[in-house]
Ligand binder design. Structure first.
Ligand code: SF4
Length: 82
């Protein structure tokens, strides 16, 4: 597991089809970010958001353009509106 993201076993992008339902897209994310010898998971927005806020909403993709702060705001907005 040396070249795996530390979140690999718990990340819903990897462990479910909820975050990304298209299998080819999901496997591309996994090979590009989650299992990558260049440790690309450190630039994954899901990894960054979890490290910063200990949460990782399903709408966040590894290459999301949202900042962690914007992700938190959107997450809070979804909680408030439910
Ligand atoms: S999507 Fe990001 S946080 Fe999740 S396992 Fe892959 S690299 Fe880690």
């Amino acid at each position: 597991m040396d070249n795996y993201c530390p979140n690999y076993e718990s990340c819903r992008l990897v462990q479910t089809r909820v975050v990304v339902s298209e299998e080819n897209v999901r496997t591309t994310y996994i090979s590009s970010y989650c299992r990558n010898s260049e440790t690309n998971w450190t630039v994954c927005k899901r990894f960054i958001t979890k490290a910063k806020y200990d949460l990782c909403p399903d709408f966040v993709l590894p290459d999301s353009l949202l900042s962690p702060e914007e992700i938190l705001d959107r997450f809070d907005g979804e909680i408030t509106n439910n």
